[in-house]
Design a binder for this molecule. Structure first.
Ligand code: OGA
Ligand code: MN
Length: 138
């Protein structure tokens, strides 16, 4: 589903990054279902994109949280039941988005490619973008 990227997983962070991730974890996850210790780091090329998908229930539990860094991007949610129902979120650098409930299971999510990257009619030029993605266990 992803084009133009590299990725890694990390569990060790310098103190400021650890503090930011802990704040994101506390805000996004139910205390009984915390994120897994390995954080998924996705480095998306300006020309890359994340196609529509629902994260596999084999590898991911009820909550996904993404810390979006470096350049703005548009995340689109599209209903799995009727493709006409969709909405976009503007992910400014430093923003945190949380997918749970219907957004986790009943909508696909995608990061739009540069040529489709508009929010409310305004163009959101895609640059290099790094996301730190927290997921809890199935
Ligand atoms: C994924 C994903 C979105 C993002 O890697 O499964 O949906 O914010 N990434 O990078
Ligand atoms: Mn995903």
């Amino acid at each position: 589903a992803i084009r133009g990227f590299r990725e890694t997983e990390r569990s060790r962070w310098e103190p400021a990054a650890r503090a930011a991730l802990e704040r994101a974890a506390a805000a996004a996850f139910p205390p009984a279902q915390p994120p897994q210790p390995l954080v998924h780091v996705l480095d998306l090329h300006p020309g890359g994109h994340v196609g529509p998908h629902v994260d596999s229930v084999k590898f991911c539990g009820c909550t996904i949280a993404g810390l979006s860094l470096l350049s703005a991007a548009v995340l689109r949610l599209r209903s799995c039941h009727g493709p006409c129902e969709s909405l976009e979120l503007l992910l400014e650098p430093g923003s945190l988005y949380v997918l749970r409930g219907a957004a986790r299971y009943d909508f696909t999510h995608e990061i739009l490619p540069d040529h489709e990257s508009f929010f409310g009619g305004c163009r959101v030029p895609r640059g290099r973008r790094i996301s730190l993605i927290l997921r809890n266990a199935p």
